[in-house]
Design a protein around this ligand. Structure first.
Ligand SMILES: [Zn+2]
Ligand SMILES: [Zn+2]
Length: 339
């Protein structure tokens, strides 16, 4: 798994480049070769309720094919300056914290340079907004964590937000209820509700890892279960934060992509097939639009969807026959008012 992340194709056009797809703008040139970098945006150490040191975590992620990491302990700022001391190891530690507010409103602060305080408020919306504003004030990227952890809040609480960047829709943590309960929707469905209302927000998969010691089991918060792969010109804080903020990345629970390409007319996804010998996996790509509607399913690789202009946005979920997934960010196919 790790070596395959070193060679990647081109993601020719970002989702943001297509914010005004129906306008007169030309598609961007595919000439700029960028790199893919794999990272985890949610993990804990002994500085809060994890079981290992920050050095142990950095070593684990380096060994397992990651190029960047945010350590996000509860209400504790982890400063990369003290930990990420080797500039030549192709590994970047971002300043991080899980701002752990009352009402189980947790927001990860990705790329901060000092601690973000906790907030109180009458509603989850008010607490979310205050936290997002404080993170943005540092030039960092706010990530709304696990809405269904303790069933804390829903899309209705997130719809009024301004400046939200990222939403967690998949996690390695066993208690976050991302699939919903049949009444409260899956967090992926909440994402579609926000997108359908015109919010520009991108989805991530994370580890929320706490347990790096003892046995790795399905009921423990172990690492390696959810990540993002960003496309950026170089492995620096500024470039990685920009890629996250612009949606120039995909999220994964195990499926790897070679390429995601958007033109004025279509979205195509090329899968990096990883075949266990003797029993090759098969893949399908589900293209999804406004209100979470499934627009088309493709068994081709690359898979291609041609816009009809009425979709509002188009995103792809890539599913393998073992149950693993990847999610591209939306391409906006009609003018939207950024929020
Ligand atoms: Zn949390
Ligand atoms: Zn956490």
């Amino acid at each position: 798994m790790s070596s395959a992340f070193k060679a990647h194709g081109l993601w020719v056009v970002t989702s943001v480049a297509f914010a005004c797809l129906s306008g007169a703008g030309e598609a961007q040139s595919p000439s700029t070769a960028l790199n893919w970098y794999r990272g985890n945006l949610h993990t804990h150490t002994i500085s809060s309720d994890g079981d290992s040191s920050p050095w142990d975590l950095m070593a684990w992620y380096k060994r397992n094919g990651y190029q960047f990491l945010a350590i996000t302990d509860h209400n504790t700022f982890t400063d990369p300056a003290a930990l990420d001391t080797n500039p030549n190891d192709n590994f970047l530690l971002l300043g991080g914290e899980e701002v752990t507010n009352e009402k189980t409103v947790h927001v990860n602060a990705i790329g901060i340079t000092k601690v973000v305080p906790t907030y109180t408020g009458a509603t989850a919306t008010a607490i979310l907004q205050a936290t997002i504003d404080a993170i943005r004030a540092q030039g960092a990227v706010p990530l709304i964590n696990h809405p269904n952890f303790r069933w804390a809040f829903t899309a209705r609480d997130m719809l009024p937000l301004k400046g939200a960047a990222l939403l967690e829709i998949a996690s390695g943590h066993p208690a976050v209820n991302h699939a919903g309960d049949g009444r409260i929707p899956a967090t992926e469905r909440m994402w579609d509700e926000l997108l359908s209302a015109g919010m520009r927000i991108f989805a991530v998969a994370v580890d929320d890892a706490h347990n790096f010691r003892q046995e790795f089991t399905i009921d423990r918060a172990n690492p390696g279960r959810g990540w993002v792969v960003v496309r950026a010109p170089a492995l620096t804080r500024e470039h990685v934060l920009a890629a996250l903020g612009e949606g120039n990345f995909y999220a994964s629970s195990g499926v790897e992509l070679r390429n995601v390409t958007a033109t004025k007319t279509d979205l195509s996804v090329e899968i990096q097939t990883n075949a266990p010998s003797g029993s090759p996996k098969r893949y399908r790509v589900v293209f999804i639009g406004k209100d979470g509607r499934e627009l088309a399913t493709s068994l081709d690789n690359p898979a291609r969807y041609t816009f009809d202009g009425s979709e509002s946005y188009v995103r792809a979920r890539i599913e393998d026959s073992g149950g693993l997934r990847a999610w591209t960010q939306p391409v906006f196919v009609s003018p939207q008012t950024p929020r």
